[in-house]
Design a protein around this ligand. Sequence first.
Ligand SMILES: [Zn+2]
Length: 300
Amino acid sequence: MAALEQRLDELGERVDALAGEPEEPEDAKAAGKRKPKADPKAKKKTGPGEKPEKPEKPGPATSPATHAAHDLGPPPAQAHGPVPWSYRGERGPDAWGGLDPSFGKCASGEAQSPIDILPQRARPPDVVFVYQATAGAVVDNGHTLQVDLERGSYAVVDGERFELVQFHVHTPSEHTIAGDVFPLEVHLVHQSQAGALAVVGVLFAEGEPSTALAPVWKSAPRSTGQRRLKSKFDPSTILPREQGAYRYDGSLTTPPCSEGVRWIVMRRTRTEDPTRIAGLRDRFGSNARPIQELGARELR
Ligand SMILES: [Zn+2]
């Protein structure tokens, strides 16, 4: 009976998760663990992954260094110059591993992302978010929209501090829950002083427009390039209120697919307006890497 009860429990949680969670009012975001905390050190520090802002670029930016977490990963890919890749065709995910020697993990890695997540009993949050509003810019790098944020927000993962560097979107979701694909996934990319990465995934279902993401769409450049956010952005608005999460060790989901990334996929989902999601999808096409095998890894 215990097994059955647990299964029912899991299903209940899954339904809750699939139902999404209403947006929090703006004034609620300071509550709880996400309370912003001043940290003068974080503001001035120039971390190993911190880069000067990118100049406006003509044409599609296909350099791996311009997407998502790439520029935060190990540098070998950049030494080779831009290696074009895409989500379909002959430079699509099946071919990534052979496009460049530095992309080898995309084919040979055994701890790759994304994965399908089988819902399990909720666990107490073991990640503490200390986010605050900072200035930033929305970048269209040819693969996705990415928001580069100035330092000031961080997450404490396994007792270690990871600075929030940027977040970006995938349509549809890269992670799936028991096979279910969501229309949108946001990745918040964090980096430790030692250069390790921790990425937080937040899944979005179709529903009420996201007040959290509205400023991003409003400031998005019309084509490849970047535009400053009109005002400071508080990334805590993206997180679900309930901070239970799935954890596993994985990789970047784009070339060079570097491993050693600590993945934290939030159990609760949020919602975004279907029209906005369709707009993103029209602009970038499907920019989700196919599901990878969990293999010997543990999903916590
Ligand atoms: Zn991503």
